[in-house]
Design a protein around this ligand. Structure first.
Ligand code: ZN
Length: 79
């Protein structure tokens, strides 16, 4: 009887430990994906010279810093 209870306790301990580890991992991944999306929101790829640059202004047609052409803001990743 005691043996069974002990193994059950070990099982519960392992389960709680893994659940905690998993939730920490999920929270970390979620934060990382959110940060990535935040940076991708301002990412613009020039259609003329293929330069990738960040444009944090609200201009609908951001200007390429390399060739000076106007670019349409691309939606990367859907959001
Ligand atoms: Zn360009």
């Amino acid at each position: 009887m005691i043996r069974v209870e002990l193994s059950m306790l070990v099982f519960i301990y392992l389960f709680v430990f893994l659940a905690a580890l998993f939730s920490i991992w999920i929270a970390y991944e979620w934060g990382r994906i959110r940060r990535e999306k935040e940076t991708l929101r301002y990412r613009v790829r020039c259609t003329i010279c293929a330069t990738i640059f960040d444009d944090k202004s609200n201009a609908t047609l951001p200007r390429c810093p390399r060739c000076g052409s106007l670019n349409e803001r691309l939606k990367i990743g859907g959001l």
